[in-house]
Design a protein around this ligand. Sequence first.
Ligand code: C6P
Length: 417
Amino acid sequence: MTDLSMASSATQSVLDVDAIRQDFPILAQQINGNPLVYLDNGASAHKPLAVLNAMDRYYREQHSNVHRGAHTLGDRATMVFEGARETVRAFVNAGSTEEIIWTRGTTEAINLIANGLAERLSAGDEILVSRMEHHANIVPWQMLAERTGARVVPVEVTASGELDLESFAALLNERTRIFAITHVSNVLGTVNPVASMVAQAKAAGAITVIDGAQAVPHFKPDVQALDCDFYAFSSHKMFGPTGIGVLYGRKQLLEAMPPYQGGGEMIERVSFERTTWNTLPYKFEAGTPAIAEAVGLGAAIDYLNRLDRVALEAAETGLLARANALVETVPGMQIIGTAAHRVPVMSFKIDGLHPSDIGTLLDQQGIAIRTGHHCAMPLMDFYGVPGTARASFAFYNTLDEVEQLFTALQKIQRLFA
Ligand code: C6P
């Protein structure tokens, strides 16, 4: 196994991608007779050996239920599980582990918030979201609006794929109760100016929610600096396992919110006369949690922490720059989303080709991308397309792979467009 601290030590500003790739065994395989080029990281990223080993070790040596057993394995499991929560707390710079709730992912985290805020909303209230949201940050709010008589109001985007900040400021008013915004667009790669938007929304009296699903694979968020009330993300997009995610919530708000689900662990005392809730964060964690997955996420964060962040971001910027430079080599190719500040995500269309055909033809050459509406139909409507092709890169992708993508696209364009 590669020693990552060697692969990208603090003195080295260039990421040793070849060494890093040794940590991701899944990448070293052939697909349809070609080396795999995995450019679907926005949908789900791969897992380093550090994560696989941590989960394997957990099940071999540490597993039991948590917070329950009066025995050594129970204590071990609880220790590594709560250790992972502390790792997550430090990763997002939350003030306390009481503010770190395990969920199944971003989707469940946002549903938890929407459910918990129902009592604060009434008819005529407004929930401000943006047109570039994933459905996970639209539909739970629509369901909440349905229950409470509130209205979901969209902040529009510009043609280049940035938020229209003037219209955002104009839409904020005394009825704005919730402002929910994605940190990074899964379709456009746009990094939104969430800190200043949160500040404006708070000044208008709104509760602020950030969907960090596409941000955390690329950079560390700081919830105290952002000053947001909630920040949600999924483990599987940041090199951890599926089945677990995180909701950061401001303690006072979490304390005031009702539980999301009832059952074991989330209670203090149960009787048929009166049941009372556990303290934070357990009030929101009914039932046996995803313990091995929490351990895996902790290992993924430890792995990321061992990488040189500056070198990582430089490598990712390099991938996007190379891709941008090659667009003109494919006749009829157009990029959707050209914001100034982007992570390496590239949505595109090619004249005369359906996105799903592009995906299938690339797969025949071993190249994995995503096609379709990317769970962002309102954004597809804005661009007047049913879907796009999307290449989403991670730090383990190489400049060679970017070139292979474009060579394959040139071939497809020549033969089929
Ligand atoms: N986007 C994509 O290919 P879950 O499914 O709960 O882990 O994440 C949902 C989600 C929420 N917000 C954003 C910004 C997202 O990108 C996603 C997941 C994947 O773009 C799968 S649709």
